[in-house]
Design a protein around this ligand. Structure first.
Ligand code: OXD
Length: 313
């Protein structure tokens, strides 16, 4: 079987090495511009459109991440970019859920225990005890209950916090109050103290973190965005911080990455910025999962993680 590999990052040789070990029968090559030679599978992260040109025989495209928005954007801008018969497959967990739970738990506990405010007091050399937020009203709302969101929500229940989860279709997660469908979004948001965004990035979810959403949260709420920058209306967050509706935000993703040096978010001390690093794609786990799925497809078996192109995730 012939397999193409592409990543815009510079570590292609390490991936190719590990994939060759996991799939010893495969004929693997790194895709380079101009390569239209036949391939059965493509393993890619943020590929250029050209990679898909004249790819009639392609059976599956494996996305080296949980979010397939970059590939779907190519398809939306030019329908037919993805070969019709090729399944688009996203990574499922591969160590990302644990990392995401660590990141979000850290952010939530930092705000609950007011460490963000202690950091500022320390900078001013001020010894001042702050009253902790009451746990029973420190409601965390997780927007998006896919593999990552479900793990994050479950993890947060272990701290005795009230946890809510919102998804498009109904989910049942022990200890989490779940809400489903557009009709229940307002009830989900009502009075939430920390809003954690883990939604897939689709035209339906873009801009969901906006002033109307913020207005429904508890006053002085916190925002944690670990999904995509397109979900956030940036000016609305800056306004909400100014008027106190949002107390602070932790942002890992941005509309334009890397975040430019003159972006106003850098000047806002109540925004904590990380460089899209909440949950990295782990090579060993990802290679194992993709290799197992390719072997399954070769045996004619069904695999999980196939993206519904119409739904967008
Ligand atoms: C992903 C990401 O989608 O890293 O996996 O953002």
């Amino acid at each position: 079987m012939k397999i193409l590999f592409y990543t815009p990052h510079s570590d292609a040789s390490a991936w190719l090495h590990d994939l060759a070990q996991a799939l010893p029968r495969a004929d693997l090559r790194e895709w380079k511009p101009g390569d239209t030679a036949p391939a059965d599978y493509a393993i890619v992260w943020r590929p250029p459109r050209e990679l898909f040109a004249r790819r009639a025989g392609l059976r599956a495209v494996f996305n080296l991440g949980a979010g397939v928005d970059a590939i779907l954007a190519l398809e939306h801008a030019q329908p037919g970019t993805l070969p019709r018969e090729a399944a688009l497959v996203r990574l499922e967990d591969t160590g990302m859920a644990a990392q995401m739970a660590e990141y979000v738990t850290y952010a939530v506990l930092r705000y609950m225990r007011r460490f963000d405010e202690y950091e500022r007091l320390q900078a001013e050399r001020r010894w001042h005890v702050l009253e902790p937020h009451p746990r029973r009203t420190f409601t965390v709302g997780v927007l998006g209950l896919g593999v990552l969101g479900t793990h994050v929500a479950k993890t947060l229940t272990s701290f005795g916090l009230p946890v809510r989860g919102y998804s498009r279709s109904e989910k049942n997660i022990g200890g989490v109050a779940t809400y489903a469908g557009a009709g229940q979004l307002d009830a989900f948001l009502d009075g939430v103290k920390v809003l954690v965004n883990l939604l897939p990035s689709t035209p339906d979810t873009h801009g969901v973190l906006n002033r109307r959403t913020f207005a429904k949260l508890a006053r002085g709420a916190y925002l944690v965005n670990v999904a995509r920058g397109e979900h956030l209306v940036e000016e609305d967050l800056l306004d909400a911080l100014k008027d106190g509706r949002i107390a602070a935000a932790t942002l890992d993703v941005f509309r334009k990455e890397p975040l430019s040096a003159d972006h106003p978010f850098w000047n806002e001390p109540r925004i904590t910025i990380t460089p899209h690093s909440s949950a990295e794609t782990l090579r060993e786990e990802s290679v194992q999962q993709v290799a197992q799925k390719i072997e399954a497809l070769e045996r004619g078996e069904a695999i999980s993680g196939i993206v519904d192109l119409a739904r967008g995730y």
